[in-house]
Design a protein around this ligand. Structure first.
Ligand SMILES: Cc1cc2nc3c(=O)[nH]c(=O)nc-3n(C[C@H](O)[C@H](O)[C@H](O)COP(=O)(O)O)c2cc1C
Length: 182
């Protein structure tokens, strides 16, 4: 069983990105499962706290290390990822020498009310993943725009998007098997 750890970068109760993550959890094919972790309660990154990591951060880092793959669902805030998501990534990368993303297969999705489907945020996130030494799946990309048409009462209802989500999860599973071959 491939264990995927998933998280979304929005705190909003009615977040489309969390709804997309929940849809992925339901759509994941046999042979994999997605555990969702809430990154919204993490303290702001502060190097002074590294000497005694807050429990939520130690737990997050342990889950990342144990996961076979990671799924990040990002909103786009001002052409980049949200502070909430960046904060989680900064914690995951530290203390120096203890980068919990090191060598992990990663998939990225995003949803926006705008028209560019979080493309700009996703490409920033891919750049961050270079320093994290995470291996981001190239395609299919999942950039959900005009969300109002695709979600109803917090559920993804658009069949084309559902199909794309399934395809990305299948590709992530194959990518994970390929990277874990040794
Ligand atoms: C501070 C802020 C900045 C935003 N900047 C962008 C942006 O650059 N591009 C975009 O497509 N949408 C932008 N939006 C709209 C978000 O995509 C929209 O609010 C989306 O629903 C947020 O994701 P969520 O539903 O998961 O909370 C922005 C929203 C906020 C609150």
């Amino acid at each position: 069983m491939i264990k995927i750890l998933g998280f979304a970068g929005s705190l909003r109760k009615d977040s489309y990105n969390r709804a997309l993550l929940l849809a992925a959890q339901k759509l994941v094919p046999d042979g994999a499962e997605i555990e969702i972790v809430d990154i919204g309660s993490f303290p702001l990154y502060n190097e002074d706290l590294e000497a005694s990591l807050p429990a939520a951060i130690a737990d997050f880092k342990a889950k990342l290390v144990q996961a076979d793959a990671i799924l990040m669902v990002t909103p786009e805030y001002n052409y980049s990822i949200s502070g909430v998501l960046k904060n989680a990534l900064d914690w995951a990368s530290r203390p120096y020498g203890s980068n919990s993303f090191d060598g992990k297969p990663v998939a990225i999705m995003g949803a926006t009310s705008g028209t560019v489907g979080t493309a700009r945020a996703q490409y920033h996130l891919r750049q961050i993943c270079v320093f994290l030494n995470a291996y981001v799946l190239n395609r299919p990309e999942i950039m959900v725009s005009s969300v109002a048409d695709k979600f109803k009462d917090g559920e993804l209802v658009d069949d084309k998007t559902k199909q794309k989500v399934r395809e990305q999860l299948v590709a992530l599973m194959a990518w994970t098997r390929q990277l874990h071959k040794d």
